[in-house]
Each structure stands twice: as C-alpha cells, then as structure tokens.
Design a protein around this ligand. Structure first.
Ligand SMILES: *Cc1c(COP(=O)(O)O)cnc(C)c1O
Length: 406
C-alpha cells in the first residue's frame, strides 16, 4: 500500500492532475478507459523523437540499430512482465482490439459451418464483434456463459456449454464494467480438458493484477499500453508459439516477409510474421518506460492500493439513498459501476463533470451486459495509482449532491 507522501509524489508525475474543470480540481476516475501517463512515459516519447528516431529492423546505421534494440528490449520486458516462455510469443499490435481481431481472423480461418465459440456475458464489444465477423460467412454459433446478479460465472454452467463442436473460448480476465476477476485459470483448464484453446482479454487485468501466462496456461492473451500508464496506439498479443506457428499472417507488408516474388512469398519467423509494416516504435519505447514505472511501484502494491480505494468507495456509496452497485463479485478489481434510483447515467455524468469528476457513463462497450441487468447504461468510477481516499470521499459527496437534484 502507498502512504500519503508516496501518493503525493506519484501525483507529482502527472501534470494533468493539476488541471481544473469548471473552476474545480479535476478528479480523474476514468482510468479503465485510459490511464493518465506519468512524466517518464512522455519523456520517453520526446527522447525517442529528438534522439533516436529511425525505422527498425532495416538500416545498418546507428540510429536504426538503436531503435531496433529498443523495440527488442521492450519485447523482452513484456515477456518478463507476463512470464511468457519466449519473446517469439510477444507480438506488438495497436491495442487489445487489434490483438483479438488478429486471432479471430487468422485462427478463425480454420472454423467451419456449425462450429461453436464460447464467450461470457460480460465481454467488451472488442471480444464479441471480431468473432461475429468470422461467423458471418460461416455460420459460427456463439454460446454465452451466463452470470449471476453479483457478476460471477458459474463453472458448471460454463462447462455445460461445451459440445463436440466447440472450437474456441474467449473471455475477459477482469470485467471493465463489473470489475469481476474471472477464475480464468480454472476456465482455461476446463477448456483444455475439452481440447479447446482459450484467448484471454487482459485489457483490465494487466494494469491492475499480476499476470502469469504460463501459470494461467492460456493460448492467447491481449492487452493495451494506454490502460497501463503507457502511450496510445500500442498493445500486445501473447500467443503460445506452437499456436502462432500454425496460423497464417494477419496483414501483409514489409517486416513480415522472408522472401517476396510475384509468384510466391515466404514469411518471416515469429514474432515478425504478425508485425506487418513499420511498428509504432516511438510508442513501444514509451511502453517500455510505463512497464518500468509499474515494476518500480510494484504491481502488488498497485493492486492493494486500488483494492482499498474500491472497498472504501463501495462502503461510502452504499450510504446514498437508492444506490445500486452492479458487480459485487467476491474477487473484484479497479472499477465500480452504479446507478442511483432511475437517474440516467448520462445526466449524472454531465453533472459530475461540472463538479470536476471525470467518470464514464453509458453502455461501456458492453451492451449485452447492460441487457443482462436490464439497463441502458451505468455510471462507472475507475481507479488508478494516483487516486486518493480524499478523492473517494469528495466523489461520494458529489454523487450524493447530484442525486438530490433529481
Ligand atoms: C478497453 C478494453 C478493450 C479494448 O481495448 P483497446 O485499447 O480499445 O483496443 C477490450 N477489452 C476490455 C475488457 C477493455 O477494457
């Protein structure tokens, strides 16, 4: 856990937290949508532009070598961060969305009419629509794991969905709306018992809890740098080497080839086979700084701090008349979604913004989940390393005040 002086020094790294909105100090509670970036990350971008900018894996000149070394050093840092077996299993993408689309498009090649995919009710649209896109042409059936009112899956109900036709499972590690930490290790073991590979959407897990892909034994794992105090435009797909080796390339272009002629082309080895074109090497350099930042603070300390904030916010919010919190799972991380009576989430969000509080409102890219709870939208407060208990108290008082206006 961080004490007050530690939090204060953390906050010094984020100039944006000194901003005022409508004359009031900004309280940023939308880290689950995008985390703010500390100075070390922004400095890394500037340093790359001013001192090392050059295309990677191409030039023999010094700058190109430096940029290449930096990208490959970051790949190793990512490997260590999630405990993958090899850097060949770490593919840089534009984000979680592109990582999932890559797997859906290339692994999806081999699916046939009548094959089935299992998803959960709480998936982000990024982990629903790519699977529907392959299903469009082929009549792939999507089967959905139900959840209870607390926002938890039941392992027996999940296992009941497996049939002879099940070919793939894709599920969120942590829900971006409910905060539920799913029992992914158990769910992966069940899928493997049925011979089915699993992709884990880790967009909300990688910033908040320790991830070990070898312990989980997942086949694929996807996450985004911008939710981890890093830059926009960079993400990661982890895939087991033998799985990636059997998949065809996603996009064609420079970088991903071995030899090209107009008759036939051979592809580069992993991971480059899946990295067509010039990568966002500036973003990758900044991601490296973000990983150092998280490692220095310690992911366990970050998790403990955020957990304490969520617990305290939950306790205080429940003192408000008509408060309904969605997502009360035993294992939860990072976010609280709620409604007060029948007050529209958008109206509440607008008024909270006038008081300086940045929250997310609406369907949170999870319309099937909204339908499950019978609502159009929710208000979501999400937390990061820089949030304080004082902000939590001020937020709860603001919600109380706004609620009293309706
Ligand atoms: C944010 C998020 C995504 C999409 O991430 P992008 O960075 O927008 O590609 C996918 N799944 C979950 C659970 C998310 O929170």
């Amino acid at each position: 856990m961080f004490d007050e002086s530690k939090i204060n020094s953390i906050r010094e790294e984020y100039p944006i937290l000194k901003r005022e909105i409508e004359g009031r100090p900004l309280v940023y509670l939308d880290t689950a949508a995008t985390a703010q970036a500390p100075k070390c990350v922004v400095n890394a971008i500037e340093d790359m532009y001013f001192n090392h900018r050059a295309n990677v894996h191409r030039g023999v000149h010094t700058l190109s070598q430096e940029a290449t070394d930096m990208v490959e050093a970051t790949r190793e840092k990512v490997r260590a961060f999630i405990n993958a077996a090899s850097t060949e299993e770490i593919i840089f993408t534009r984000g979680t969305t592109e990582a999932i689309n890559l797997v859906a498009a290339t692994y999806g090649d081999r699916l046939c009419n009548g094959d089935e995919i299992i998803l959960t009710t709480m998936e982000h649209h990024s982990n629903i629509v790519p699977w529907q896109l392959i299903g469009k042409e082929k009549r792939i059936r999507i089967r959905v794991v139900p959840i209870n009112d607390a926002g938890e899956v039941n392992l027996e109900e999940y296992e009941d969905l497996f049939t002879e036709q099940t070919r793939f499972v894709a599920l969120a590690h942590v829900s971006n709306v409910l905060g539920t930490i799913n029992p992914v290790k158990e769910m992966i073991a069940i899928a493997h018992k049925h011979g089915v590979p699993v992709l884990v959407d880790g967009a909300q897990a990688a910033p908040h809890i320790a991830v070990d892909v070898r312990d989980l034994d997942c086949d694929f794992y996807a996450f985004s740098a911008h939710k981890m105090y890093g830059p926009t435009g960079v993400g990661v797909l982890y895939g087991k080497k033998y799985r990636l080796n059997t998949m065809s390339p996603y996009q064609g272009g420079g970088e991903m080839i071995s030899t090209v002629s107009f008759k036939s082309t051979t592809y580069a080895d992993l991971p480059f086979k899946f990295e067509a074109g010039t990568p966002d090497y500036v973003g990758i350099a900044a991601f490296s700084a973000a990983l150092d930042y998280i490692n220095d603070l310690g992911i366990e300390n970050i998790a403990a701090h955020e957990h304490a904030l969520v617990e305290e916010a939950t306790r205080q919010l429940l003192t408000i008349d008509g408060m309904h919190i969605y997502g009360t799972a035993a294992h939860k991380a990072g976010v609280i979604s709620f409604l007060v009576r029948d007050i529209n989430s958008y109206d509440m969000g607008l008024l909270l913004d006038k008081l300086g509080f940045a929250v997310r409102t609406g369907h949170h890219c999870a319309q099937p989940l909204m339908a499950r709870y019978g609502v159009q939208g929710m208000v979501r407060a999400s937390f990061g390393v820089y949030n304080t208990f004082d902000e939590v108290s001020r937020f709860v008082e603001a919600v109380r005040r706004v609620a009293s206006m309706f």
